[in-house]
Design a protein around this ligand. Structure first.
Ligand SMILES: Cc1cc2nc3c(=O)[nH]c(=O)nc-3n(C[C@H](O)[C@H](O)[C@H](O)COP(=O)(O)O)c2cc1C
Length: 409
């Protein structure tokens, strides 16, 4: 394994051992068994299959089915905060083929975990239970319930049409939990008012773990020449699901809410790209991490940096293993009313490193408290009695460390 830090990154997730916390999310990087096999060889501990259906012949994907925000025309190292929208459906590959591939993966990679993602409608238990049992027999280590896909499938009474309805979510979870002995993960949609409530309902119905989240329902933009929303399919589009770094804050909040509402293991998903992202999800309650978009952009080999970076962080911070780290930051997340209102801070501008771009001055003038002034000598000053300490100037300043928040003098 490329954990150069020699740290133990293994995780016990519902009694299933993962060599490290990194799992491929159900998505294009897990389209076939052979792709999953290559990812295992590269160092990924587990993979969630692209979502399986009883009858994949009902699935026909449109082209194109991806559109993005902040990706096109940007240098690779500037792609920090992008979002990817997709209107892709679940797998269009035959169930029998998938079952054979799960069986082969089990034999070839006994130390890696294949999680079977499954989907059906909520009208009766038969389909869900058959899918779950067949995947268990084929050698899947866990089942993930896709009750969260926001596009296409809800029109057929599947995906987020189930995860947005407490009764349906509970019903489906219960059917599957009763049908198999392997652990069942319920995958949440972020498109609900209280994701903690849905997660708790699924746990009450028998889910052994929660994964969060699926994509965020979205429309990434409109082509101003053709007037078609994006991605444009012969001039028309449909609402899709947003993934990638832009949804990380939504997913982090979901993980924290679920950690507070339940006591089952959580698999964090949403925008994880770097080891720093991974560490943040673990600190807010996730014990495994699923990744899709970052792999679509950069390939399976990102696992090397993820393992090495996370191992190095744990060593530096004195965490002996992942479980020592899980949820540590939750105790620092309190109701807003409990935050310190006594300590007052104001902005301090270091005119030595300032590049005189005016960003702080303009923001404070038109979006703040008119505390930043610009002298005729182009020196920026903060009027102490006007500065409310909001930190807007610090957010807009392009020079790292130039503006800091400190005590009033
Ligand atoms: C093109 C595409 C296809 C996806 N297909 C599935 C799917 O079949 N089943 C599923 O549960 N999630 C699916 N997802 C959602 C991902 O598993 C994941 O929850 C989401 O992309 C957020 O993670 P990320 O920001 O790391 O991509 C898909 C995502 C993308 C981008």
């Amino acid at each position: 394994m490329r954990n150069l830090q020699d740290m133990d990154l293994s995780v016990d997730f519902c009694g299933v051992k993962f060599l490290n916390p990194f799992i491929l999310a159900s998505a294009p990087p897990t389209t076939t068994g052979s792709m999953i096999g290559r990812a295992f060889k590269a160092g990924w501990a587990g993979a969630v299959t692209k979502t399986l259906l009883i009858d994949a012949s009902t699935i026909t994907n449109v082209t194109p089915r991806l559109a993005s925000l902040g990706l096109k025309g940007q240098a690779a190292d500037a792609k920090i905060n992008y979002a990817l929208e997709n209107i892709e459906l679940v797998t269009d590959r035959d169930l029998a083929l998938w079952l054979k591939e799960i069986e082969d993966l089990r034999k070839k990679f006994p130390d890696n975990v294949v999680i079977a993602s499954i989907m059906d409608d909520a009208s009766e238990p038969k389909g869900w239970q058959r899918l779950a049992r067949q995947c268990e027999e084929a050698g899947a280590g866990m089942i993930e319930l896709n009750m969260s896909c926001p596009h296409g499938m809800p029109e057929r009474g599947m995906g987020s049409a189930i995860g947005q309805d407490l009764d349906l979510a509970q019903r489906v979870t219960n059917w599957v939990a009763e049908a198999v002995d392997i652990p069942v993960i319920a995958k949440m949609t972020p498109n609900v008012t209280d994701v903690g409530l849905v997660a708790k309902a699924c746990v009450d119905a028998g889910a052994n773990a929660i994964s969060a989240t699926n994509t965020v329902a979205a429309i990434v933009g409109v082509d101003l020449e053709t007037l078609s929303p994006l991605p444009s399919v012969s001039g028309y589009s449909a609402q899709g699901g947003l993934s990638g770094p832009a949804i990380k804050p939504i997913a982090l909040k979901a993980v924290a809410s679920i950690a507070e509402a339940t006591d089952v293991p959580i698999s964090g998903i949403g925008g994880i790209t770097t080891w720093e992202d991974a560490a943040e999800f673990i600190l807010l309650g996730a014990s495994t991490l699923q990744i899709c978009t970052a792999v679509m952009m950069h390939g399976y080999s990102i696992i090397d940096n993820l393992l090495d970076g996370l191992g190095g962080f744990m060593k530096r911070k004195g965490f002996a293993n992942i479980s020592d780290m899980v949820g540590i930051s939750l105790e620092k997340l309190v109701p807003l009313g409990e935050l310190d209102t006594k300590t007052r801070r104001i902005a301090h501008i270091d005119n030595g490193t300032c590049i005189q771009c005016d960003a702080c001055f303009i923001s404070c003038r038109d979006g703040g408290y008119q505390a930043v002034t610009r002298g005729s000598d182009k020196v920026y000053r903060v009027t102490e009695k006007l500065c409310s300490g909001c930190a807007l100037c610090m957010q807009v300043c392009p020079v790292s460390g130039c503006i800091t928040m400190g005590p009033k003098s």
